[in-house]
Design a protein around this ligand. Structure first.
Ligand code: GLY
Length: 302
């Protein structure tokens, strides 16, 4: 068994204007700290990377500060449609759901798809049916809608003049456990006022996340279409596989590639197979935290 483990989480890349809009960073940093402490408990006692990323992503989904689960952004019809995925770096098995409603923790449904389904991605009503067949509880659609999101929707949907800096937000977690197994999870409400039925990068394996014990675990955040067209998470894993880069160089080159190829904006968190952690983003902020090789907890917003 490897002696160390690592854990990283993010609460979305974007343009939180901390100074001009008087946004208080403290609730974000405190939330990251608490979630990392929970993940730390799992990994310290020898729990799996998959369990750690599922737990951390679920806690981020439960927290209305973040654009996933409760507190997700609303689409053009004022409803939530949620996407999530989880991937096991040992087996390369993955589970994903897209365009779902009424499931409080989409990442847990993605894990159920990974474990219980012969498919990788289930969408909409089919995903909901699958959830019910396996005993998942459903919640009212109102559960997801917070005052902040309603206000944002009411302001934006009449004009549909949505700035690039209002589009970002996702949550994610990556981990390496004591056995050296890697895992990644990502979850989102997508883009504010998105078209009904729009699916972004989050549930797309290789775009929104990737995990392979031979290279790394990656979770991405940002304008999903750009991450889909560059298959960014797999691109970063390939940089490690073929150019023998470490997590930091691969994350840096990945974000440069995103910018150069499609003028994309967003961020990534990466843990490589040695447990080295790296976060890279080309937005003003990315809420993120990490524990590298069983060390100290670090939380940052930019
Ligand atoms: N990255 C989240 C989305 O575009 O849906």
């Amino acid at each position: 068994m490897a002696k160390t483990w690592s854990l990283m989480i993010h609460g979305g890349a974007g343009e939180l204007d901390l100074v001009r809009k008087h946004i208080d960073a403290q609730p974000y940093l405190e939330s990251l700290q608490i979630i990392l402490e929970y993940g730390q408990k799992i990994l310290r006692r020898g729990g799996t990377a998959l369990d750690a990323v599922e737990m951390c992503a679920s806690m981020l989904e439960d927290n209305p500060l973040f654009n996933a689960g409760r507190g997700a952004v609303l689409n053009e019809a004022g409803k939530v449609e949620l996407d999530a995925a989880i991937m096991d770096g040992k087996s390369l098995n993955a589970g994903a759901v897209a365009g779902i409603t009424r499931i409080a923790n989409p990442v847990q449904l993605a894990r159920l798809v990974l474990v219980k389904s012969k498919h990788v991605l289930l969408i909409g009503n089919g995903a909901l049916r699958f959830a019910k067949q396996h005993g998942s509880k459903t919640v009212s659609e109102c559960y997801f809608i917070t005052d902040k999101r309603l206000e944002e929707y009411n302001k934006l949907h009449t004009t549909m003049r949505i700035k690039e800096n209002q589009k970002h937000g996702t949550i994610g977690a990556v981990a390496m456990d004591k056995r050296g197994n890697l895992a990644a999870a990502t979850s989102t409400g997508g883009l504010v006022c998105k078209s009904q039925g729009r699916v972004g990068d989050t549930p797309i394996i290789g775009a929104g996340l990737y995990a392979d014990n031979k290279t790394c675990a990656v979770s991405t955040t940002g304008h999903g279409e750009m991450f889909m067209c560059t298959v960014l998470a797999k691109h970063i894993a390939d940089l490690i596989a073929f150019k023998k880069l470490d997590a930091a160089s691969a994350a840096k080159q990945g974000i440069n590639y995103l910018k150069r190829k499609v003028n994309g904006r967003g961020g990534v968190i990466v843990i490589d197979k040695y447990g080295r952690c790296s976060a890279r983003f080309n937005t003003r902020t990315m809420v993120h935290g990490w524990i590298e090789r069983s060390g100290e907890i670090h939380c940052k917003i930019k």
